[in-house]
Write a protein that binds this ligand. Structure first.
Ligand SMILES: *Cc1c(COP(=O)(O)O)cnc(C)c1O
Length: 418
């Protein structure tokens, strides 16, 4: 569900013609729809209205401060994984008491920054991290609210790179060590256990892995309550999948109902950390056709966006629908859509039936709102594209295009090489 639609043969985002934005900022460009983000957030939020809950938007999915700010207006908290993301969340005006801090490798500096900011809780991923958190809390004489992230050993049946709760993955603490760790934490009065947490992966398209993870968490929760711990937050992470091609992910209401059913008799505030499901289908990457060419075996459409701008196809073999900005074609052909980077993995589509585009035409790469710009790089010394947020009949440049000077600004040549 999104608000990118054709009107009179031309692609619009809400009430703004895409071509109008292209005339202003050029290509490649990320374009997001505020109305789509609001709609997704509200549907998600409403699905959980029958249970005490807190939504902490997973900032890493799309961390532009305008997007975080838009979500803050709707009441969202934030799930962050670095000091940089914490800074973004605070700058966007998110209430620190709605911020949870996840991640396997929080540095002491990051922990100190978050403690001073008085965030809601640390989702701790190892026993050594718990010890470090305790030491820093003691030094600052501040209580450190925490949950342990459990590795529930559940296969979420998604791409292996985004499965995070299976036994051999680096995330979380194995179940068998968890109770001992909570007990150990009692030795340090600055460590303040207030919840438990799991996040099993991303782009998950069935309900059962979530229910299995929650039932594991529930068992541990009950054991801890029996041991006298006063827990308040049960954080089940994010991971709900979206439609890129023909997936059939659960509706937010179905997902919520399953969680509510499993979690309702616990006296817990359920924390949810959705990322992709909020922003994924709310963004597109628009690119210009530079050239077309063919060899005996294949036809290629060479575009001005590349894997440095959107790495998902190269990285996860991810499918992104591609549509023309103008609906004016009668002929179709099977092509590879590729970027200018010197890597064979630099593609957006392989053997895809597309309208027969020509040099200078524009294509929209759909569902690029999550893990798009945030994963971009400057490989091949390519300045990163701008980000534009459309809201009804207006649009805002929420990140300007980088320049080549920007790329060189951090480098110096030692005098001896001059
Ligand atoms: C990435 C991540 C999320 C968000 O995952 P989505 O699939 O985008 O919903 C939530 N929690 C944690 C800990 C994460 O690492």
């Amino acid at each position: 569900m999104h608000y990118f639609e054709y009107k009179n043969g031309e692609l619009y985002c809400e009430e703004v013609p895409i071509k109008k934005i292209l005339e202003d900022v050029g290509t490649p460009v990320y374009i997001y729809s505020a109305k789509t983000i609001r709609r997704h957030y509200k549907v998600f939020e409403k699905s959980f209205s029958n249970i005490d809950h807190l939504i902490c938007y997973s900032v890493k999915a799309n961390s532009n401060i305008a997007i975080i700010s838009l979500l803050k207006q709707l009441g969202s908290g934030a799930d962050i994984v670095s000091a940089g993301e914490l800074k973004r969340a605070l700058k966007a005006g998110i209430d620190p008491k709605k911020i949870v801090f996840s991640g396997v490798g929080k540095t002491p500096e990051e922990i100190e920054f978050a403690l001073r900011a008085d965030i809601l809780m640390f989702n701790v991923e190892s026993l050594e991290e718990l010890e470090t958190l305790g030491e820093i809390a003691k030094k600052l004489e501040k209580k450190a609210p925490f949950a342990l992230r459990i590795n529930p050993d559940i296969d979420p049946q998604t791409h292996p790179y985004i499965a995070t709760g299976i036994k051999r993955s680096k995330f979380g603490i194995p179940e068998e060590f968890v109770i001992e760790a909570y007990k150990k934490a009692k030795e340090n009065p600055y460590l303040y256990p207030i919840g438990i947490d799991a996040h099993i992966g991303s782009q998950i398209t069935s309900i059962s892995p979530f229910v299995s993870a929650l039932s594991r968490l529930k068992r541990i929760w009950e054991e801890l309550i029996n041991l006298g711990f006063e827990l308040k937050y049960l954080d089940i992470g994010g991971g709900l999948g979206i439609v890129y091609k023909n997936e059939e992910p659960p509706l937010p209401q179905e997902y919520a109902d399953a969680i509510i059913k499993e979690g309702k008799d616990l006296k817990a505030t359920i924390i949810l950390e959705p990322g992709r499901v909020i922003v994924g289908n709310a963004g597109i990457l628009v690119t210009k056709v530079l050239y077309t060419k063919e060899n005996i075996l294949k036809k290629f459409v060479i575009v001005d966006a590349a894997m440095n701008d959107l790495i998902r196809p190269a990285f996860y073999q991810a499918y992104h629908k591609i549509i023309p900005v103008e609906e004016k074609y009668e002929e179709f052909e099977v092509v590879d859509v590729v970027g200018p980077i010197c890597e064979s993995s630099d593609f957006f589509a392989k053997e895809r039936k597309l309208p027969k585009v020509k040099k200078g035409d524009f294509l929209a790469i759909m569902s690029a709102g999550a893990y798009g710009f945030v994963m971009s790089s400057n490989y091949n010394s390519r300045p990163r594209p701008p980000e534009v947020l459309v809201d009804e009949d207006k649009y805002y440049i929420i990140r300007k295009r980088e320049t080549i000077e920007d790329l060189l600004a951090f480098e110096t040549i030692p005098a001896k090489y001059l």
